[in-house]
Write a protein that binds this ligand. Sequence first.
Ligand code: ZN
Length: 156
Amino acid sequence: MKMLRYALVAAAVVGAPSLLLSTPAAAADKVCKLEIAGNDQMQFDKKELSVAADCTQVQLTLKHTGKLPKEAMGHNWVLVKAADLTAVANAGMTAGPANNYIQAGDKRVIAHTKTIGGGESDTITFPTSGLAGQSLMYLCTFPGHNALMRGTFKVG
Ligand code: ZN
């Protein structure tokens, strides 16, 4: 019995320093980078995007690899819950180009880039808090694009 108690105390002391060291690391931001491209054929180059569960921030870059101007073949990247996709796309169409095809103050929009044309890019950073385990999708809200330009987004 005496031996066992001694062993437990020793283990606790050995374990303590690593606990202290790991706490600041866990509290710090982990920014995970993603890239996706849209082209003149009205397509994203990826059907799904995901980041690990320990990513606290996502830095996403949208590139337009085509040549057409944004008035003709504009692309944006908009993150929503899967259930909100159609409603957000319809609201975006009404909002028009001056609003990047996103309804002002639309709370269903979790994150979004601006609308870009050929040769342009846009980078955004957004937090992952509350997104793990959710059924999420991304889309382009340029009128008529979301039927082809959509994919799944996953945290964890
Ligand atoms: Zn588009």
